[in-house]
Design a protein around this ligand. Sequence first.
Ligand SMILES: Cc1ncc(COP(=O)(O)O)c(C=O)c1O
Length: 223
Amino acid sequence: MSIAESIAQVQAQIRAAEAAAGRAPKSATLIAVSKTKPLSAIQEAMAAGQVSFGENYAQELRDKANELEGQQVNGVPLDWHFIGSLQRNKVKYVVNRASLIHGVDSLRLGQAISDRASGQQGILVSVNMGGEGSKSGVPIESALALCKELAVLPGLALRGLMCIPPPEAGNWFQDLAELAAEGRRQGLPLTELSMGMSADFEDAVAHGATLVRVGSRLFGARG
Ligand SMILES: Cc1ncc(COP(=O)(O)O)c(C=O)c1O
């Protein structure tokens, strides 16, 4: 299947999952995860109408964003998302290029982004749902406290939460959606939910994902 065909198919599945959940059409956005994929793959996706791309490595995002600077898809500027875990010394590559930095999991990282941001840098707080030591993300118990600290930093626009759920069965998407709802009740601007990948994006949309991050289903397995 071509990249264009895969995008059309995944978009159709997202629309169907939105409808099944009683959600508005296009209330979930497809982020095409293009990490390690060449510019030609991104350009093929752009030709198929894809606007939003996700990258995990800071310099790779910088290089691709620079290469494609100023390009639009149907009149809409390209929209980059940083979805990896970000080291503070690499913040400079991503800030002001990515519309959203998904993996903020500490006040120190938020501060480093805030120091570099020239406008309002969109961020999501990443939550380590399963408490796995090996994964980045803030523990669920302290996520809202971190959100409150980040929400008041200048130059940051806190927009929501993201997670990569553990492999064990669990209601991870529902738990993240409930955490965001609780945050909103407490006055936090947590409107975006970044969850769901190739294997489970429909389930994520059913539970309220506004951003799904899909890589291998669009571009094939990564080498
Ligand atoms: C944070 C994150 N989200 C989404 C993806 C895409 O995963 P998949 O290829 O399973 O769609 C990746 C891939 O590495 C990732 O690191």
